[in-house]
Design a protein. Structure first.
Length: 415
């Protein structure tokens, strides 16, 4: 069969998503690694391994017996779900969100962002006719795949020490035009704070400049707030773009239940903000899914504004602070030069340079996997600016994290 004829060029050019590729490779090596006392320890995916809040699970069990709970929901989400989100946005960020018009449920924020990209871009063959989306570099690897798959261009906004991880959107815009792309094809600018893969945060002042930039050029501001609840220092507490005046004129923000409540498999999130964009995105989405399973919506709506939910997140964050300290101490012992003042207190990721003797992040991560059974992610999977770095997720038990450091020592992986 001629697949090239069946599938479009963009889909044909896709590689398996990096996290699934690593999973496949790890499972192929599992027996051999286990026989050498190096059973795989996965620090690749950003998926908490803790159990979800007990109160959430208990409520879900009760809800499963309710009449009518197993039928189709609606794409935008049940009233109680959107009302709980509206209450939460007020309680957590002091922002108003109309549950009728400004909030839409998502089958995980990944689904929402992927569909948004499809709906705002038109696939084009000629490079300089392509729609452009400005993305942080490094960024959540899926952005690059969504954009590639949509036949559009992901234009890199480098996050570097030199620019204090706050790229100058105006300067990059000029460069995009200079490169030959058309101003009318620049559709959106993505920000993601706290950031995957680096864990860095932003400031209100910087986001203010991005809002002004997007308004000036009529570009959609897309804020990915998947990690908004993962912080362990009060002065790094993430904020919503809607805390800043004018953000609703031009912006939408994506949120996720996955990480704060350790329910990555449940697939629940929401998008909120500019009502015209939300409604249009919702119309498109309604052609694809029927919303989230109602029992999950109900249980999650309840946990979102509950003391049990807040306590769970707080304790989880204390755990991540402890795990980060284990890893920072361990990597320092291994020779990494880590300035603890600059280690972000958000997310569950550690972003480090590869050892001096390596020139490729891919080679380093491959060697660590094959020799030590530890699954890391090469930095360039997150964009070109990630070359020379690797990311690890400290989501597993403290014992396993200590074991990783021991294996690095025994197997000679020093900085
Ligand atoms: C930055 C970022 N956004 C969105 C997601 C997707 O989360 P979910 O689809 O589970 O809500 C992830 C998952 O790792 C992420 O890192």
């Amino acid at each position: 069969m001629n697949l090239e004829r069946l599938f479009n060029k963009e889909v044909m050019s896709l590689d398996t998503y990096i996290m699934f590729r690593l999973k496949e490779e790890t499972s192929m090596l599992k027996d051999e690694l286990t026989a050498r006392n190096r059973a795989p320890i996965s620090l690749s995916m950003g998926a908490p391994t803790a159990n979800p809040p007990k109160a959430l699970i208990n409520r879900l069990k009760e809800i499963l017996d309710e009449d009518g709970i197993h039928t189709y929901s609606t794409p935008k989400g049940e009233n109680y779900f959107r009302e709980a989100i509206s209450k939460y946005m007020k309680r957590r960020f002091n922002v108003e969100m109309n549950p009728e018009t400004e909030i839409f449920s998502l089958v995980g924020s990944k689904e929402g962002i992927a569909n948004l990209v499809r709906f705002i871009t038109t696939p084009r063959e000629n490079e300089f006719d392509k729609d452009v989306i400005m993305v942080p570099d490094p960024c959540y690897a899926s952005y690059l795949q969504f954009i590639q798959c949509s036949g559009a261009k992901a234009y890199s906004m480098p996050l570097t020490k030199e620019n204090d991880y706050k790229p100058d959107a105006e300067k990059i815009y000029s460069q995009i035009i200079k490169d030959g792309y058309k101003p009318e094809n620049i559709k959106a600018l993505f920000i993601n704070y706290p950031n995957n893969p680096m864990g860095i945060s932003s400031t209100r002042e910087y986001v203010r400049t991005v809002i002004d930039f997007c308004k000036k050029h009529d570009i959609l501001l897309v804020s990915d707030a998947a990690y908004s609840e993962l912080y362990f220092a009060e002065d790094e507490k993430p904020f919503s773009i809607f805390e800043i005046d004018g953000a609703k004129d031009i912006g939408i923000e994506f949120f996720s239940f996955s990480k704060p409540y350790a329910v990555t498999g449940w697939r629940l999130g929401w998008v909120c903000g500019n009502k015209d964009v939300i409604q249009r995105l919702g119309k498109g989405k309604s052609t694809i899914d029927n919303g989230i399973y109602k029992a999950l919506q109900k249980a999650c709506a309840e946990i979102l504004n509950s003391p049990e939910g807040d306590k769970y997140i707080k304790e989880g964050n204390m755990g991540y602070a402890r795990k980060q300290a284990i890893m920072v101490k361990g990597f320092k012992e291994l020779g990494w030069e880590i300035d603890e003042k600059n280690v972000p207190h958000t997310t569950f990721y550690l972003w480090l340079p590869i050892p001096r003797k390596y020139t490729s992040a891919f080679d380093f991560c491959r060697d660590v996997l094959r020799k030590s059974g530890v699954v890391l992610v090469p930095g360039n999977a997150f964009g070109n600016c990630g070359e020379g770095f690797f990311r690890l997720s400290f989501v597993c038990s403290d014992e396993k994290l200590r074991e990783v450091i021991d294996r690095f020592k025994q197997d000679g992986f020093y900085y």
